[in-house]
Design a protein. Structure first.
Ligand code: 2AM
Length: 181
């Protein structure tokens, strides 16, 4: 008997994606940091903050993840990005908030709990909120204060990572606005 073709998995994660203007500001910084760290800057459209990396998921489980996004708390908040540095082992340069605000931490822990409840396995390492600005960095840059960038966080997205010839791009599978009442 012929077996049905195995459906292809999707590589997915939950993220906060800045508005285009904030991505453009971060993109300028990414190019500067990449030069200093000897790495490759992230293109503006790919700039995001990961809340939870889920990894490879069967397409028939994606609706469960969509439901999780929809049920998340929807409190808009401001994230002050004011610290840059590198993660040596991951070879990335990043920008991060020196203080993670309560709504961000609540959102991330809510998400982690919802994923665990539905048997999605995510990293058990503590959450370190950061935005990757450059990859394949060959030099470390000292952790330092950056000119603070105030990001009004307005959207939570479930993204699929799509690998192509021109590099990776992200497709939103579901998202909720934090600005709607
Ligand atoms: P990073 O930027 O710190 O590398 C998509 O790959 C997003 O998921 C990236 O923001 C990446 O974080 C994050 N991520 C977290 N854990 C990952 C893993 N095990 N493999 C790939 N990406 C991971």
């Amino acid at each position: 008997m012929e077996r049905p073709a195995k459906s292809r998995t999707l590589r997915v994660f939950f993220a906060l994606v800045p508005d285009v203007a904030t991505q453009a500001l971060l993109g300028v910084l990414a190019r500067d940091v990449a030069l200093r760290a000897g790495g490759r800057p992230i293109v503006n459209a790919n700039i995001h903050l990961t809340l939870a990396f889920v990894g490879e998921v069967d397409p028939d489980r994606i609706d469960l993840l969509r439901e999780i996004v929809i049920a998340l708390p929807r409190e808009a908040f401001v994230l002050t990005l004011d610290c840059v540095g590198t993660f040596r082992r991951a070879e990335i340069a990043w920008i991060a908030p020196s203080h993670a605000p309560a709504p961000l931490l609540e959102l991330q822990s809510h998400l982690a709990a919802a994923l665990a409840k539905d048997d999605f396995r995510i990293e058990e390492r503590p959450f370190h909120a950061h935005i990757t600005l450059a990859r394949r960095c060959t030099r470390n840059i000292a952790r330092a204060r950056a000119i603070p960038l105030e990001w009004r966080v307005g959207r939570i997205s479930l993204l699929a990572s799509i690998a192509g010839n021109g590099g990776v791009c992200y497709r939103e599978l579901a998202g909720v606005s934090l600005f709607e009442t």
